[in-house]
Design a protein around this ligand. Structure first.
Ligand SMILES: [Fe+2]
Length: 204
């Protein structure tokens, strides 16, 4: 019996340029890296499908199989997190949502004030190491929570919806800022926020 071939992901294109404090060169480099995650996700899916097609995963296949499966989580999350990240930026964005925005209300309900949410989120972005700051919404109760993700895959909360997604790997800002100036990049990230995109992610 022929197994179905694995889904082939296509890299999305993002109409992003002319941002405040994040250069076009950084964006171009970053789009290339993103495409690498899409390509690797496809490669690993195909290689795993090949192994499954060949029959049982015998002990001699286990090392290769294990490594492919472990890498798949890294590549998949690298792919989708970049899509959430580019998707919450836009030219002409604004550092804060409007006074009556649903996101601001959700932040107030979850953290007492929007300002508390924002400083907490920005501080998570300053943690040492490469990874992501992500504000998720728990679909069970609507609450927001902020998390640190190591690499792309450690710390994501299963079933929660990413709402605000900030890449703090050094490749996200190194062409524009020194490694020690990550706070300046975080400020630039906020300056380009697309709050409408953020709100479209919230559960109604
Ligand atoms: Fe990145």
């Amino acid at each position: 019996m022929n197994s179905p071939s694995p889904v082939e992901y296509k890299a999305k294109t993002f109409d992003l340029s002319g941002l405040t404090g994040i250069s076009d060169k950084t964006l171009e480099t970053h789009f290339k890296l993103y495409k690498g995650y899409v390509a690797n996700t496809n490669t690993y899916n195909a290689r795993i499908a090949d192994l499954l097609e060949q029959g049982p995963i015998t002990p001699d296949k286990m090392p290769v199989y294990s490594e492919l499966v472990r890498r798949l989580g890294f590549e998949y999350n690298g792919m989708v997190l970049h899509e959430w990240y580019f998707g919450n930026l836009k030219k002409g964005g604004s550092p804060d949502p409007s006074a009556n925005s649903a996101f601001r209300k959700a932040a107030e309900e979850s953290f007492g004030s929007y300002e508390t949410w924002k400083s907490h989120f920005a501080n998570i972005g300053k943690l040492r190491g490469v990874g992501w700051a992500i504000c998720y919404q728990n679909p069970a109760n609507g609450r927001l929570s902020n998390h640190w993700i190591s690499l792309h895959e450690e710390g994501n909360v299963a079933g929660f919806t990413p709402v605000v997604v900030m890449d703090v790997w050094e490749h996200a800002y190194l062409l524009d800022y020194a490694p020690s100036d990550r706070p300046k990049y975080i400020e630039a990230f906020f300056a380009n926020m697309d709050w409408e995109a953020v709100e479209s992610r919230l559960a109604r």
